[in-house]
Design a protein around this ligand. Structure first.
Ligand SMILES: [Zn+2]
Length: 111
């Protein structure tokens, strides 16, 4: 029986053997990427690799992509072909309910 397992390389949940491959991603500086900037990212497609890299880089850094709402990621596939992706980022709103402490005498009345 096939099981849903978390792939140790790409960290996605997959049925059986994951078909992710190794990409390298980098954020360009003035339309260039230095050789040291490339980082390994495992994903099934180049666009997935760009999204994973953007999320990881934003979390580890100072949320540059989230704050600007966009960014550019270069993705290099195993054949050395480079694809450039425009990344769009949005933050999710979070709502928190905190119970209000009312004085005993002012219980809300239903009319
Ligand atoms: Zn995988």
């Amino acid at each position: 029986m096939r099981e849903l397992v978390k792939c140790p390389r790409c960290e996605d949940f997959c049925w059986g053997n994951c078909r992710c491959i190794g990409f390298q991603c980098a954020i360009p500086w003035q339309d260039k990427v230095s050789e040291r900037s490339w980082q390994d990212v495992y994903a099934k497609e180049a666009s997935d690799a760009a999204e994973k890299f953007a999320e990881r880089t934003d979390c580890e850094g100072d949320y540059t992509i989230i704050r600007r709402g966009e960014g550019v990621i270069w993705v290099r596939d195993p054949d050395n072909k480079v694809t450039v992706f425009d990344i769009q980022a949005e933050t999710e709103p979070t709502y928190t309910a905190i119970e209000r402490q009312l004085p005993d005498t002012s219980t809300p009345e239903h009319t």
